[in-house]
Write a protein that binds this ligand. Structure first.
Ligand code: GRF
Length: 200
């Protein structure tokens, strides 16, 4: 079934480089919303798993790594907010400035732990295991020109048990991502988190 979105609908873009389990989950979550819409998906990787994964949702999907082009796509699709879901590139400063407080990201650890350059995918969970952390989780944060350094919007933690493998840790964190990211995106676009950055 196709839902008719309202005229003044909030338009969201998802930027992604990889498999897209989060992207698909977000698309599904917003499918029934009349006042919010996933306007497009942009990937910088022509082999990204997300491309075949989301084909059936008929969300316009673009492949480019050029920010001038990305900016045009966002403008053409009247995008208000950008959601990163496994996007592996540093956004250039002028892009961050133009979309200040309009871009959010999810990171699969409790930032500032296990963040920064090279800290993505399995590396993050392997590090949690290596350092014997007794907790980990997810961080949803604004994006600025430094990796994983934008203000934190939301964190959720879970315990790491002594016998947990990094694969178990990864799977538990992934469950948190699927559970919370769409809900936090919803609050974010509705402005519920405004007070966090108003005083900066
Ligand atoms: C997630 O673990 C997310 O935290 C990180 O990139 C990963 C994307 O996974 N930013 P998927 O492509 O959604 O499966």
């Amino acid at each position: 079934m196709r839902y008719e979105k309202s005229e003044n609908c909030i338009q969201i873009a998802i930027m992604i480089s990889g498999e897209g389990s989060n992207a698909e989950n977000i698309i599904q979550y917003f499918e029934t919303f009349l006042d919010a819409n996933i306007a497009c998906v942009i990937t910088n990787n022509e082999n990204a798993g997300v491309i075949p994964r989301i084909r059936r949702y008929k969300v316009p999907t673009y492949t480019t790594k050029w920010y001038k082009e990305i900016d045009q796509i966002l403008t053409e699709n009247n995008v208000h907010y950008i959601v990163l879901a496994g996007y592996l590139d540093k956004l250039p400063p002028n892009f961050c400035l133009k979309y200040k407080y309009k871009i959010i990201n999810i990171h699969p650890s409790l930032l500032p732990r296990h963040g920064g350059k090279g800290m993505y995918g399995d590396n993050v969970h392997q590090n949690v295991k290596k350092y014997g952390d007794d907790k980990t989780g997810i961080t949803i944060h604004f994006v600025n020109e430094e990796y994983d350094k934008g203000s934190i919007i939301f964190q959720k933690e879970i315990k790491v048990m002594e016998g947990d493998s990094w694969q178990t840790i990864k799977s538990n964190v992934h469950d948190l991502e699927l559970k919370y990211y769409p809900k936090i995106i919803e609050k974010f676009i509705k402005g519920t988190y405004k007070s966090l950055y108003e005083n900066e």
